[in-house]
Design a protein. Structure first.
Length: 261
């Protein structure tokens, strides 16, 4: 890669130098290849020549970067429009849901309790729910990343809490205490929430808990989720810990569509 970039830079520098030298050479003058090469070497070694060539090369790469960024933005905008026309359909299944049943907008969240970016996603969802208390509901699906040691145990523990109707309370405690994740914390939290501890321990260590977590992750993978957090806002993908304003833009559009605006 470095060789390719160096070659392109050198070729561009020579092209730029030749163009600049050609401008400075009278049209009526004739110059041999040998003289031209010598003139180029002299020009490129001079302070003014090096400065002009460097400036030309810099402008070239700046333009290439701007063109590339513009094309990427145009592609993302086109993909965004396509998603509104063909939203992804994901079954809620038995996943925990927070918000009104008749909410116009459903946000399906794929998250990892140990992921710091998911913690930001958690805070964002809290803000979104406060901003749209009647129009938005959030569905949580597990997506523990393999390199997070406590991600899967935490997911299973939250699933066990869900079996006793305390998922969201357990969920909040996990995100508020990411630095404490571990068996002792799961037990202490379950006790704090008044759970049946015998059932809680049995559930979180069960094959059913493992299956539930794995199935959520598989759904995410099938729908293009590769990292966390990942969201689908009425089927429109938001991959990453985007700010509240980004979600509001999508939510408002769905609400306006529902209102026929």
């Amino acid at each position: 890669m470095k060789t390719t970039i160096h070659y392109r830079f050198s070729a561009l520098a020579l092209t730029a130098g030749a163009a600049l030298l050609a401008i400075a050479t009278p049209a009526s003058a004739e110059i041999s290849d040998k003289d031209f090469s010598a003139a180029m070497d002299k020009y490129m070694q001079s302070d003014s020549g090096a400065e002009k060539i460097s400036s030309t090369v810099e402008r070239y790469f700046q333009k290439k970067q701007l063109d590339s960024a513009k094309k990427q933005q145009e592609q993302e905008a086109a993909d965004f429009e396509t998603q509104f026309k063909n939203p992804v359909k994901i079954d809620i299944g038995s996943s925990p849901v927070k918000g009104p049943k008749d909410a116009k907008v459903t946000i399906i969240e794929f998250s990892d309790f140990e992921c710091p970016y998911c913690n930001k996603g958690y805070e964002t969802m809290e803000a979104v729910m406060k901003a749209y208390p009647k129009d938005v509901k959030v569905v949580f699906k597990h997506y523990p990343l393999p390199f997070h040691k406590e991600a899967t145990p935490a997911a299973k523990a939250s699933w066990a809490a869900q079996q006793q109707g305390k998922f969201w309370e357990f969920h909040d405690e996990l995100f508020k205490n990411q630095d404490k994740l571990g068996d002792a914390f799961y037990t202490a939290t379950a006790t704090k929430l008044g759970l049946d501890m015998k059932k809680f321990d049995a559930d979180r260590k069960s094959a059913a808990a493992e299956k539930a977590v794995e199935e959520d992750a598989e759904v995410g993978q099938k729908n293009g989720i590769q990292g966390t957090p990942g969201f689908f806002v009425n089927g429109v993908a938001v991959k990453g810990a985007y700010p509240v304003s980004h979600f509001k833009g999508i939510i408002d559009r769905w609400l306006n569509n529902a209102a026929g605006k």
